[in-house]
Design a protein around this ligand. Structure first.
Ligand SMILES: Nc1ncnc2c1ncn2[C@@H]1O[C@H](COP(=O)(O)OP(=O)(O)OP(=O)(O)O)[C@@H](O)[C@H]1O
Ligand SMILES: [Mg+2]
Length: 262
């Protein structure tokens, strides 16, 4: 909501409006749309990080209210991975303390138990030797390794769902696939649901089963990923697809173009 100089409401901006979708257990829903379309706002609404004016968030079959116990449920069960690992980890903390922080916040285990869980989480994201890595500081790791640390921290509470908001867009192109593959492996192994937020339809196709296309705060199209990407119904989906396609010297089909971009 914008306010003018005198503090009066001059214009109401709805970052997202009338958005409704479900993420199935163990599945990935991709939330795609251009910058400013409301993707991160949806993530914040799910986690109750910002207030909503209306609507419901249902997690694991129950509606999540603003009550303390409900907030605890959602903040334990749904973990976030952000675009920039540097934004979400404290550079002055050792890796072991970064990863065990959620355990401390939720008062889980003693120090010995936490260290064991940290080691397990590090191995899970293939950061080894785990007992060596956990003593390091973030600046001693590469961008891809730091994002694995963020994933390890997300995993430590054994979440039902991970919201990954552009998790690979800051990483070098050569390691994006590795991190996405890692997430895909975790999804299958632990039946974790993912909400994968991106504007990159090529990675969306690799990682998702369903996709919702967001445009100016509204979902304009939602459905199985192949269906939406290969026979888009909405002109905006078409425009997004055209935006990622390179000029087309070889007259590639859309399917090939998406492969080429990926
Ligand atoms: N704190 C805020 N106060 C007012 N408006 C905001 C705030 N945060 C976001 N917005 C507006 O809400 C809309 C959606 O923003 P959001 O950050 O959700 O977009 P996004 O799809 O995540 O974009 P990006 O791809 O750039 O991350 C935008 O118009 C943005 O300007
Ligand atoms: Mg965003």
């Amino acid at each position: 909501m914008k306010k003018n100089f005198f503090g009066k409401q001059s214009d109401i901006v709805r970052a997202v409006d009338d958005v409704s979708f479900a993420v199935q257990e163990g599945q990935t829903l991709v939330l795609a749309g251009e910058s400013g379309s409301g993707k991160s706002t949806i993530a914040k609404l799910i986690l109750h990080a910002i207030p909503k004016d209306s609507g419901k968030i249902i997690f694991n079959g129950t509606e999540i209210s603003g009550k303390k116990e409900d907030l605890r449920k959602i903040r334990m069960g749904v973990q976030m991975v952000y675009q920039d690992p540097y934004d979400s980890i404290n550079p002055q903390m050792k890796i072991k303390d970064i990863i065990s922080e959620p355990l401390e916040i939720h008062k889980i285990g003693d120090s010995k138990k936490r260290t064991g869980l940290v080691l397990e989480a590090l191995r899970e994201v293939r950061l080894e030797p785990a007992d060596d890595i956990m003593e390091k500081y973030p600046h001693m790791l590469s961008g891809g390794q730091r994002q694995r640390v963020v994933l390890a921290r997300a995993l430590i509470l054994k979440p039902k769902m991970i919201i990954a908001d552009e998790p690979v867009s800051m990483l070098d192109v050569s390691i994006r696939a590795e991190v996405l593959e890692l997430m895909e492996g975790l999804r299958k192994k632990y039946n974790i649901s993912f909400l994968y937020i991106t504007h990159d339809l090529a990675t969306a196709r690799y990682f998702g089963q369903k996709i919702a296309i967001l445009y100016k705060g509204k979902i304009v199209e939602i459905g199985p990923i192949e269906e939406v990407l290969f026979s888009p119904k909405h002109p905006y989906t078409q425009a997004l697809l055209d935006a990622i396609s390179e000029p087309d010297p070889n007259n590639l089909t859309r399917e090939k173009k998406i492969r080429v971009n990926w």
